[in-house]
Design a protein. Sequence first.
Length: 423
Amino acid sequence: MRPWFLLLLLAAGISTAAAATAPDSDLTFVLILTRHGVRSPLLKNEEMARFAAEPWPEWEVPASILTPHGRQVMVLMGAYYRAAYAAEGLLSGDPARDAAKIFFRADANQRTIVSAQALGEGLLPGEAVTVHALPFTHEHTGDPLLDPDTPLEHSDGALRTASMLGRIGGDPRLLIQENRPALETLERVLLGDAGVPLPGKSSLLDLPPLTLWPTAQRLVDAMVMEYSDGKPSAEVGWGRLRPADLPQLMALSALNFDLSWRTPYRAQASASNLADHLLATLEQAAAGKAVDGALGAPGQRMVVVVGHDSNIVPLGGLLGLEWRIPDAPPNPYLPGGAMIFELRRRRSDGQFLVRTRYVSPTLRQTRDGAPFTPEHPPASAAIFVPDCGTADPGYDAPLELFAAHVRAAIDPKLINPEPAAVR
């Protein structure tokens, strides 16, 4: 056995021993930042047609809309949260008693608002759920908290581009060379086994490099949604997309998101306001009294914020968070996946701790749409928060150190009050 592997085993043994002897803490509050559920593709079929040899499958809902299957999986996630947090004593499990303890906040488009309603249906079956959001729009909502584009209006566009190019040597063609096998797989799925466009069609590889990546991401997204929505295999990538191809193609999509949203300058521009309000929410829960910028009211046990992949990814980039779950690329942002901040209070000294996790149904679980159980829960990954995480179970971070880390990362000039319409 190699020495480095022995060290890993030793480290695992130490971690297990630490978990067995670590001081207990009580869960006092949960903040859930979740992506919406499965939706139809953001692009219309006619916008994607030039890159595919055959027509794209028709959806039962218009572009960018939460599907019935996607809604049902969000109901199942709500039921999972209800069972999990009732088991920990945070919720009673009685919807009538718990309703006033949960606050729902969503971006102002159909897929986020309906996802919040669906989570509420699972968390609080039989109870009316109020979702706090700006007036409904289809895409650009103008919400400074959750519309991913609105915060960027206050940043330098040229600097955003430069910050991304600076991560790839200033030459986006290098990414094409490095990821040629995955791009060829995508072309094979789109164009057929030959991977050659028919007359009137276009190859992704003929696009300018800076246009290629977001286009590839949108096309992969469309096929991931086909799979996640439970469409017949013959309709998922025209039957040419094998399940084994999904991780490779999802890595292409993740690469574009990493560059676009985790690059430090853009992550700070996009996520500073969100991070500040999330921190205020945790501090309000610890203080038991109103804190400026907090979501929800003092005394509530749970705040559920429903947004987008382009909220979770830049927040992770801003705070230096990394996470992994099975059968997904690094730092995944799957439909229904959530970054969860649990506020815990240590019994020995009353100190508040923040435990950070990523919880998500796997793509296969989303496709199957079966209820979650203790034996078959969603995937879950503990997240170590730099500068404040500890070796305690769950990498619990003292709240004051967590707050210092967040405040050091954000740009205070980008903080905006919550719109009056959603308070």
